[in-house]
Design a protein around this ligand. Structure first.
Ligand SMILES: [Zn+2]
Length: 415
């Protein structure tokens, strides 16, 4: 189990932070925020610390959109004092990722003060950074403790709340993909962690109306669900519980936007829409007759590695070689292994159906997303239909994992 403690979610988060600093005798503090998160929470934290005799160094990141890239990381590193520090990350995903990286590489701890219930990555030990214009997740560290001020989260901008909800809703397909991979491909799996992740999003579904109204109970359920999902990743040691085909499609869209220099789209907004599409695949799996499915699987032939490599090159451009290297398990799939896989799918069809039965219907996902004011389709995200389809079609190459998109790709179940 993880050692992030305490995890405070409540109205007294700042007071709890002060008590923590005193208890752990933390004197050298660096507070990192951007203009928005400073106004939302950072300023109050800074004042409270000063009133208690602390002299925090505040690093305010300028600009409308802070990007977790080389320049920003160096900026923080240069402005932070050289002696040992405790970093306070006051912000949502991006600020936290910058601080988790910089603090880790300067061998300092950090405390997380979320300003929005927008992602499940607060507790992550990896930092997704934009390096050379490409998003790469590098080793970093989780926070030592989390102090989530509920009134701040309740006042967060609507798109951020909707994005957090979308990221959490995406667990309906990520957990199913994980189970499918364990059942058919022998992926490492932990039922207790899968069940915890499932509980996290289902609990949140009981509070949709309260989330829409930004009531305390709703926002609490959302941030606690997101934190729990993040802890599941940490406890499992990899992202499998919380990230499946919906995240792969989302990553593909993000890559496209970065390559074209277009503005970023909130992570959870993309994941929510992607999850709706992937839930559509599961709905298709539920509706296809056993006879039809088996006929298709029997008919399917092993993908030609040369054609696969050509498809990856076309879809990924400059990133293709890295993707090809990471995808050997599938690209070198032997004829015998493919036949074996077919046999497994057919033999375990009832279990496949049980997994599919747990996934929320796509229409329900759309209804839930729009209930909290989130985008429900590619158009609302600012993507054209062809881009949406490319993400769904090519996203599975991003990870060497067996997911529903991989399964549809291998057996032509989607057509
Ligand atoms: Zn996510």
């Amino acid at each position: 189990m993880t050692a992030i403690a305490p995890i405070i979610v409540g109205k007294e988060a700042i007071a709890e932070l002060l008590a923590y600093c005193q208890q752990h005798n933390l004197r050298d503090l660096v507070l990192v925020a951007d203009r928005n998160t400073y106004a939302a929470l950072g300023e109050r934290v800074e004042r409270a610390l000063r009133e208690q005799g602390y002299a925090p160094v505040t690093i305010l990141l300028e600009g409308e959109e802070v990007i977790a890239d080389e320049a920003t990381c160096i900026n923080v590193l240069v402005r932070a004092p050289a002696r040992p520090q405790t970093y306070l990350a006051v912000g949502s995903g991006t600020i936290t990722d910058i601080v988790r990286f910089v603090s880790h590489r300067s061998r300092n701890p950090f405390l997380s003060l979320p300003t929005a219930p927008s992602v499940d990555g607060y507790t992550s030990n990896g930092a997704p950074l934009v390096l050379g214009g490409v998003k790469i997740t590098v080793d970093a560290q989780p926070p030592q403790a989390i102090f989530a001020d509920l009134p701040t989260l309740q006042a967060a901008p609507e798109p951020l709340i909707a994005a957090g909800f979308g990221d959490l809703l995406g667990k309906t397909t990520s957990v199913a993909d994980w189970r499918l991979g364990a059942l058919l491909w022998g992926e490492d799996y932990d039922e207790a962690i899968a069940a915890r992740t499932e509980r996290a999003y289902r609990e949140c579904l009981r509070h949709v109306e309260a989330i829409r109204r930004r009531e305390e109970a709703g926002i609490r359920a959302l941030i606690e669900g997101l934190i729990e999902s993040g802890l599941c990743i940490l406890d499992f040691g990899r992202s499998h519980p919380a990230s499946g085909s919906e995240h792969h499609a989302s990553h593909y869209w993000e890559m496209t936007l970065l390559q074209q220099g277009r503005p970023a789209i909130l992570h959870g907004a993309k994941v929510g829409v992607a999850s709706r599409h992937i839930a559509g695949y599961y709905a298709r799996l539920r509706s296809i007759s056993r006879q039809e499915a088996f006929a298709r699987i029997e008919r399917a032939s092993r993908p030609d590695p040369e054609a696969e490599i050509a498809a990856i090159r076309e879809a990924y451009g400059p990133l293709a070689e890295t993707i090809i290297r990471g995808h050997g398990e599938f690209l070198q799939l032997s004829e015998a292994a493919f036949v074996d896989l077919k046999r497994r799918v057919i033999e375990r069809w009832d279990a496949v159906q049980e997994i599919a039965a747990e996934v929320l219907p796509p229409d329900e996902i759309a209804r839930l997303l729009s209930a909290v004011g989130g985008p429900v389709n590619g158009q609302q995200l600012g993507l054209v239909e062809e881009e949406v389809q490319r993400g769904l079609h090519y996203g599975h190459y991003l990870r060497s994992r067996f997911t529903i998109t991989k399964m549809f790709h291998l057996f032509g179940l989607g057509e």
